[in-house]
Design a protein around this ligand. Structure first.
Ligand code: MN
Length: 263
């Protein structure tokens, strides 16, 4: 185990994903939460949000200062046994020698900054990335299903924090905190040349938002090919987001069946 370094949250030594456990194991999360997190991984893959990369986390239901995230692996392959518990410094509690995601600091710092957030999805979903690199075309809600995007989606520029020769990844607590600050009170933040991070008050709502962030990006690109789109107003975005929020289980039940290959 000598290859396992003690802590990789510091600057300049984060290019490994084999990190020692803190060993501070407390009460286990609910089995149903762990199972739902595994399912969320499968849904995000099936709905085109994640591929071999990207990840989803949920806040620990017994320890609000901890979160659950899969070990370093493709989301489609995650099982409940692959879920690892982390603290807000990005240190695993029970990885037991398994590698962890380099970008776990996205989740750690968003959970630290946002007590209202119960789940976080980070992805490189392909229709969203163009909006992160064209300043004149900010991602905005174009239909009632994506009112949660608000008036405009913040876009995180990592050069402001890591210079112009970084790998664009959020590989330490400082960068994670900068991203969380850019996210502010919003539900989604773009990451220039990289992807996006969506949050929600439940795991299901965070997944819903990640799916519809990608859908909105596709629709917005299509609309812009035709001409100048009419976006939702701030009021339309707010009211439609409130109403759609109560309908999420309808989508979830369908996505579950599809992810399980039953449709
Ligand atoms: Mn990433």
């Amino acid at each position: 185990m000598s290859a396992i370094a003690s802590n990789h949250s510091g600057e300049g030594k984060s290019f490994t994903s084999l990190v020692a456990d803190t060993g501070d194991v407390g009460e286990a999360p609910s089995r149903s939460l762990v199972e739902e997190l595994a399912l969320a991984n499968h849904i995000l893959f099936r709905e085109g949000v994640v591929d071999g990369f990207g990840h989803v986390s949920v806040r620990h239901d017994k320890r609000p200062d901890r979160f659950l995230l899969a070990r370093n692996m493709a989301p489609a392959l995650v099982t409940p046994d692959d879920i690892v518990e982390f603290d807000f410094d990005g240190n695993p509690v029970n990885a037991k020698g398994r590698t962890v995601y380099l970008e776990r600091f996205i989740h750690a710092e968003v959970f630290r900054a946002r007590p209202d957030v119960m789940a976080v999805v980070h992805s490189h979903s392909p229709a969203v990335v163009p909006f992160s690199v064209v300043k004149s075309s900010p991602l905005r809600p174009i239909c009632h299903m994506s009112g949660f995007l608000g008036e405009e989606v913040p876009n995180f520029e990592i050069r402001d924090h890591a210079g112009d020769s970084s790998d664009l990844l959020i590989t330490n607590s400082r960068l994670g905190a900068a991203l969380a600050k850019k996210l502010g009170g919003c539900n989604c933040a773009l990451m220039r040349g990289h992807g996006s991070t969506c949050v929600g008050p439940t795991l299901r709502e965070a997944v819903f938002r990640a799916v519809y962030t990608e859908v909105n990006a596709r629709l917005q690109s299509e609309a812009m090919r035709l001409g100048e789109p009419t976006f939702l107003t701030e009021g339309e975005a707010r009211v439609s987001a409130g109403n759609i929020s109560s309908q999420i289980n309808r989508a979830w039940d369908f996505w579950r069946m599809r992810a399980e290959g039953k449709l």
